[in-house]
Design a protein around this ligand. Sequence first.
Ligand code: DC
Length: 226
Amino acid sequence: MRKNLVVAIDGYSSCGKSTLAKALAKKLGFIYIDSGAMYRAVTLYFLRNHVDTGNEDAVRDALQHITLNFHSRDYESHITLNGEEVSDEIRQMYVSQRVSEVSANKLVRQEMVKQQQRMGRSENIVMDGRDIGTTVFEDAQVKFFMTADPKIRAERRFRELQSKGDTTTTLEEVFENLAHRDYADTTRAESPLTRAEDAIILDNTDLNPAEQLEFALRLVHRHMPV
Ligand code: DC
């Protein structure tokens, strides 16, 4: 039985997982880990270095040249790729468009899961992603499976991109990208996105961040001695 506490948050793309994960981590004093940022940073490296995901040797070699680190500042997760801060770059559309392909790769997943499990070995953490409650931490004490109306998700993500200065990506493109990633995430062979049997479903279509935090905290307190 693990001594440290783990909250696993899985769900579809852009349905507010990281907003909830950050808020929970802050309230509980836990470490927040954005597992999607790791797959995005690997994707960025593969794009920059023209790594062919169909070439096992090239993927294995590339993974040996990638060092990822998180630096938490006020519960905002900042990730470095070989020492370079890439937190903003990895959210750009050109990375989003390739991340499904890279994150479906077996070798990439094995390496990321290993690193994620190491991070959750002794610290109290909140980790969000697609396979946290099913694969990375099957024994997590609290698991959430988040979902929301696809149109609402696309609008939220579109506004986020715009607030970061992206004036070229259209709402339709965001919607298409989310639909594509949902399909790829749920149908891939390697640990597809699926709800763990013991995960609590949280549909936040009609909830604001404060309401969803309250809902989640109530459940966390019920399951954890915190
Ligand atoms: O959470 P996100 O949208 O930033 O994640 C980016 C991509 O990484 C997402 O399309 C699926 C993949 N991913 C994954 O396969 N497993 C995880 N644990 C987290 C993300």
